[in-house]
Ligand binder design. Structure first.
Ligand code: TEU
Length: 559
């Protein structure tokens, strides 16, 4: 009974269940732990909760290695717990979005256990098998995104199988219509349980070039992504899912698009294409990667960041696509530490990032902890890390000739574990996350960085997010305003306007520690916004310039 495209003025809260809230003393979070905290999330004005994988899994990739798509892993609880979560959310007019990982399954999935048993097993072609190359090695030179070859040799049947991620994550063969039917069936199962939407994991990798050619190293040695990213049949497959499930159940869907293009994302998210509601892309989170290489370091390029955000705002608007807006997720270091000052100016920086993102066109995602200003942890040594990608890359960096300290430093900066420490609930023991032994360390700053104190303080980061979400719902220009960039290469400021002719929203964000003067182009008329009903988020300028906009000055450097 929601209006069409209702999610265009919604906000989504992303929950990494392993680190959210533990109610069983296991040291890992669980579904009941999330249900306990629904009102905390509701307090932000959130409409949709994206729950990351809680299916049966050996946890080699923290649940992104699914061994049974139809059952809840006992570590996270029971199907009854999931049903209770759905109904508790619905009581509050909130919605559950589940994470669906169908580019690959765990090698512990019964499909793979069948497939590996013999070449003529009916499940053999659920996966991608190839004979060894002439030299007995892997069929081509593709590398896994977690390091090492993208192929694993299976002794029993003497063939290699494709693993774009961990060696225990076997790529499913979407050329096989039985696999596509299995996906329709599992999506339908969850839709029938009242789930309102899906986040589709690396969904633009599901169609591989059937030749599986060697990569000539134009991006990086054996990169291979050109041969399976936004592949030949990917839109056909997604339209099939839309026709059979998404539109049948009026679901909100977001595709995680690894290494994709603007043109592709327009096609994936323009409603006329009937594919997804919106897409994640990651180009703005690679502006600190030298030559696109994640495991090398450089300071981030501010102008490139602003250009990418601008190109995607203008491009998706022009093409009729729809962005999932985000700075943070469970695969990225915390933006607070990456792009601003997470120490002396932590509070101001967190608000700066929030306003800068939430003023853009798209559906904003808040990743757990972002709303209370959680920074990257202070790492001591490699024993503190849990992420398979980080642990693999530490070894690979040593093989590339880095010293242990150099390799550890790169991992400290880049690791996905930077955003996977447990949520900080209050100043009680272990931040109120668990009374057991936490699976990963807890940030020792919880006595002064925690949700309880944030909710209590009306000027907190938490309430800043609440106001932004409130404005998104009550001021149309947040949703339909046309974007234009206002700063021409300013070294410290990112400024843009959004206008729908009745109103103009202006966001001026000072990403530096100095106070800056920023002259708005004089075409902005000088009459105060009539409906200044929304709580304006003002910087501490000593005078509020009279404009026909809601002006949000975020010169945190001048606080
Ligand atoms: O992420 C895929 C992805 O693009 C990132 O993991 C990135 O490739 C990686 O960090 C290398 O830089 C999705 C999930 O979000 C991630 O947690 C899973 O590990 C991955 O897919 C495999 O399912």
């Amino acid at each position: 009974n929601q209006p069409k495209d209702w999610w265009r003025n919604s906000a989504v809260y992303q929950v990494y269940p392993k680190s959210f809230n533990d109610t069983t003393r296991s040291g890992t979070g669980d579904i009941r732990g999330l249900t306990e905290k629904i009102d905390y999330i509701k307090g932000l004005g959130i409409d949709i909760v994206w729950l990351q994988p809680v299916y049966v899994s050996p946890q080699n990739d923290n649940g992104y290695d699914v061994a049974d798509y139809y059952n809840i892993d006992p570590a996270y609880g029971t199907m009854e717990d999931l049903d209770e979560l759905v109904s508790e959310l619905k009581k509050r007019n909130m919605h559950l979005m589940l994470d669906i990982v169908v580019n690959h399954s765990s090698t512990e999935h019964r499909w793979f256990q069948e497939a590996k048993s013999s070449r003529d097993n009916p499940y053999r072609n659920y996966y991608i098998w190839k004979d060894p190359a002439e030299d007995g090695g892997p069929p081509n030179n593709w590398q896994s995104k977690f390091g090492g070859p993208a192929w694993q040799f299976e002794e029993e049947t003497q063939q290699y199988y494709l693993t774009l991620f961990d060696k225990t994550q076997a790529d499913l063969n979407w050329e096989n219509e039985k696999v596509r039917q299995e996906v329709v069936d599992l999506l339908t199962f969850w839709a029938k349980k009242g789930v309102s939407g899906f986040r589709m994991d690396v969904i633009n990798l599901i169609s591989k070039n059937p030749e599986f050619p060697d990569d000539d190293g134009s991006i990086a040695p054996g990169d291979g992504r050109r041969f399976y990213t936004d592949g030949p049949r990917v839109h056909e497959y997604i339209k099939e899912l839309n026709e059979n499930v998404f539109s049948t159940y009026h679901l909100v869907t977001v595709g995680e698009m690894s290494s994709t293009t603007l043109e592709q994302c327009i096609q994936y998210s323009n409603p006329e294409q009937q594919e997804f509601s919106m897409t994640f892309n990651f180009h703005h989170l690679k502006v600190d990667y030298p030559n696109g290489q994640k495991w090398e370091l450089k300071p981030y390029d501010f102008e490139e960041l602003k250009k990418i955000l601008t190109d995607w705002q203008a491009g998706m608007q022009q093409g009729g696509g729809w962005n999932a807006l985000f700075w943070n997720n469970h695969d990225q270091p915390r933006a607070l530490s990456r792009f601003t000052d997470d120490d002396e100016y932590r509070n101001e920086s967190a608000k700066l990032l929030a306003t800068t993102l939430h003023g853009l066109q798209g559906t904003p995602y808040i990743y757990q902890g972002e709303e209370i200003g959680m920074p990257n942890p202070k790492w001591n040594d490699m024993t503190e890390f849990r992420d398979i990608e980080s642990l693999n890359m530490y070894e690979i960096l040593l093989q590339r000739g880095k010293t242990p300290d150099e390799a550890a430093h790169i991992v400290h900066v880049r690791s996905r574990d930077n955003s996977r420490l447990p949520m900080l609930w209050d100043d009680s023991d272990q931040a109120g996350f668990t009374t057991g032994t936490p699976w990963i360390k807890i940030d020792e700053r919880y006595p002064f960085i925690n949700a309880q104190s944030q909710v209590k303080d009306p000027n907190s980061i938490y309430h800043h997010y609440r106001k932004l979400i409130e404005m998104r719902k009550s001021i149309p220009v947040f949703v339909d305003g046309r974007y234009m960039r206002l700063d021409e290469g300013h070294p410290q400021v990112y400024a843009y306007a959004r206008t729908n002719d009745e109103q103009t929203l202006v966001v001026i964000s000072n990403f530096s520690k100095e106070t800056v003067k920023f002259e708005l182009p004089n075409k902005f008329t000088k009459n105060l916004m009539k409906n200044a009903s929304a709580e304006l988020l003002l910087g501490n300028t000593d005078e509020v310039p009279e404009f026909s906009q809601i002006i949000m000055l975020q010169p945190y450097g001048s606080y």
